[in-house]
Design a binder for this molecule. Structure first.
Ligand SMILES: Cc1cc2nc3c(=O)[nH]c(=O)nc-3n(C[C@H](O)[C@H](O)[C@H](O)COP(=O)(O)OP(=O)(O)OC[C@H]3O[C@@H](n4cnc5c(N)ncnc54)[C@H](O)[C@@H]3O)c2cc1C
Length: 418
C-alpha cells in the first residue's frame, strides 16, 4: 500500500510541528514554504554586516513549555536548549543602575515571596497575593481589570514578564492569555520557568533537526514554493495551486495551512483571524561578552527590555516595539548600546551592530483580537489550520505555535482513522 499523503503549507514552527507529527505517524508529508528558508519568524541567518550567524530575534522559552519539550524530543534536539539549573532572573533599572535578582523556589508553594532576598526589593509578601486574580480571570477582561496593575511587584516583575509573554502592553493585554501563561509557568513553581535559549542558534534547535526528521521519514520540504490558491469542492479542498507549477496539485490527503493570518485569509473564504499586530525590535552587537557576564538581564526604565549574552555577541530585545519602527536604525543602535554599556560596565564605543525590526512579530494579545482567533478545524473536511494566531489559548509564542501544529496533525490523524 502506498503511504498516505499530507500537505503542510508554511514551514514556520507550527507547520514543522504538524509535519513532524504526521511524518512520525506514517504520512508522506510535503511541506511547501514560500521563503528560501524554513523557520518563519523563528529563524537564523548569516548576517553580512556582522559576519555572524544570528537569529532574527532573541527567543526565550521556559522549562515548563510542554510542547517545546515534546517537539525537541521528537526531532532529537532536546540538548539544544541551554539555561540555568534553577529559575533566577536578574533585573536592573537603567535610570538608577539599581539591580535585583528574583530567585523563586522550585515547587508550586511560593515560599520565596516570604524571603526579602529572593523577592522584588521594596515588596512585601502580601503584594503577591493580589496576583491570584490572574489565575482564573473572568471572560474577556484586560489584565488591569483582573489585577491591580501597579506597585513594585507589577513594575519590577509582572509588567516585564507579561510584556515579554504577550508582546502587547501588559495592562491592556488579555487577562485570559496572561493567565494561561501564568498557570503553566509561574504558578507551578520555579522548575516550570527556568529560562531556556536555543543553542547555538534557533535553526540548530528548532528548524534543521525538524527538516532532517521530515526527510528521514520520507517527506519533502520544498522551499521557494508559495501557495497561491485553493479550490473547494463538496466540502473539501480539491486542489492547491503553487507558484512553481502550472497545473494545480490534487489534494489527495489532509491539508494543514500553517500560514500568517493575513495570507490564510486570502486563501480561505470567510476566515476570522486577528488583524492587529505588534512589533519586536532586536539589536545585535558584535562583542564577545567578558567572562562572567550575566547571560540574561531584564531592564526597566529605558528602551531595552532584555539583554542576552551569546558567546560571540550581545543582543537586546524590545517587545511591543511599534513606537520604535520609524526610528533611525543607527540612532536606535546607539541608544540601545548606551544602556547595555551602562548596565554591564562595557566600553561606550558602539561595536559593529545590526538592528532588526519585525513589524508584525505577533498578533496583538488583546481581548478583542483574541476573540478573532479561529479553531484548527475548518468548514472543509480535509483543511486544518495551524499558527500561533489560531485559538491555542496561549499568546503568540513558540509554545503556542508548536501546540497548534500538533493539534492540526492530531485532527488530521483522527479523520484519517475514521
Ligand atoms: C523577533 C521575534 C521575537 C520573538 N520572541 C519570542 C520569544 O522570545 N519566545 C517565544 O516563545 N516566541 C517568540 N516569538 C514568537 C515566535 O517566533 C512565533 O510565535 C512562531 O515562530 C510562529 O510560528 P508560526 O508557524 O505560527 O508562524 P510563522 O513563523 O509566521 O510561519 C508561517 C510561514 O508561512 C510562510 N508562508 C507565508 N505565505 C506563504 C504561502 N503563500 N505559501 C507557503 N508558505 C507561506 C512564511 O514564509 C512562514 O515561514 C518571537 C517572534 C519574533 C518575530
Amino acid at each position: 500500500m502506498s503511504p498516505r499523503r499530507a500537505y503542510v503549507i508554511g514551514a514556520g514552527l507550527s507547520g514543522l510541528a504538524a509535519a513532524v507529527r504526521l511524518a512520525e505517524a506514517g504520512f508522506e508529508v510535503e511541506v511547501s514554504e514560500a521563503a528560501a528558508q524554513a523557520g518563519g519568524r523563528c529563524r537564523s541567518y548569516a548576517d553580512a554586516q556582522l559576519g555572524l550567524t544570528i537569529d532574527n530575534g532573541n527567543h526565550l522559552v521556559l522549562s515548563g513549555n510542554q510542547a517545546v519539550q515534546r517537539y525537541l524530543a521528537l526531532i532529537g534536539a532536546s540538548d539544544r536548549l541551554v539555561g540555568p539549573d534553577h529559575a533566577r532572573f536578574v533585573f536592573a533599572d537603567v535610570r538608577t543602575g539599581e539591580r535585583w535578582t528574583i530567585r523563586p523556589n522550585e515547587g508550586p508553594l511560593p515560599w520565596w515571596v516570604l524571603s526579602p532576598s529572593r523577592r522584588v526589593p521594596g515588596s512585601s509578601a502580601g503584594d503577591y497575593l493580589g496576583l491570584a486574580g490572574l489565575l482564573y480571570p473572568g471572560e474577556g477582561l484586560r489584565v488591569n481589570q483582573a489585577i491591580a496593575a501597579k506597585g513594585v511587584v507589577w513594575e519590577r516583575l509582572m509588567a516585564p514578564f507579561l510584556l515579554a509573554a504577550l508582546n502587547t502592553d501588559p495592562e491592556t493585554g488579555s487577562a485570559a492569555l496572561a493567565a494561561a501563561v501564568v498557570r503553566e509557568t509561574l504558578a507551578k513553581g520555579g522548575r516550570a520557568y527556568r529560562p531556556r535559549i536555543a543553542h547555538p542558534t534557533l535553526a540548530a534547535a528548532f528548524v534543521d533537526p525538524a527538516a532532517a526528521f521530515i526527510a528521514s521519514h520520507g517527506g519533502r520540504l520544498r522551499l521557494g514554493r508559495r501557495l497561491r490558491r485553493l479550490t473547494f469542492e463538496q466540502g473539501k479542498v480539491a486542489t492547491l495551486a503553487f507558484s512553481d507549477q502550472d497545473e494545480p496539485a490534487v489534494a489527495d490527503g489532509p491539508v494543514v495551512l500553517a500560514l500568517p493570518p493575513w495570507v490564510a485569509q486570502e486563501l480561505v473564504p470567510d476566515l476570522s483571524a486577528p488583524d492587529e499586530f505588534r512589533a519586536i525590535v532586536n539589536g545585535h552587537f558584535k562583542l564577545a561578552p567578558p567572562p562572567g557576564l550575566e547571560p540574561m538581564v531584564g531592564l526597566i526604565g529605558g528602551t531595552v527590555e532584555w539583554i542576552f549574552a551569546f558567546p560571540d555577541r550581545i543582543s537586546v530585545t524590545v517587545s511591543g516595539a511599534d513606537r520604535l519602527l520609524d526610528d533611525d536604525r543607527q540612532a536606535l543602535a546607539e541608544r540601545m548600546w548606551a544602556e547595555v554599556a551602562k548596565i554591564h560596565g562595557l566600553p561606550a564605543e558602539l561595536p559593529p551592530w545590526q538592528v532588526l525590526k519585525e513589524r508584525r512579530a505577533t498578533f496583538a494579545a488583546t481581548p478583542e483580537q483574541a476573540r478573532k482567533r479561529p479553531p484548527a478545524r475548518t468548514a472543509w473536511r480535509n483543511l486544518l489550520l495551524a499558527g500561533d494566531w489560531t485559538d491555542t489559548g496561549l499568546p503568540a509564542t513558540i509554545e503556542g505555535a508548536l501546540r497548534s501544529g500538533f493539534k492540526a496533525a492530531e485532527l488530521a490523524l483522527a479523520q484519517d482513522s475514521v
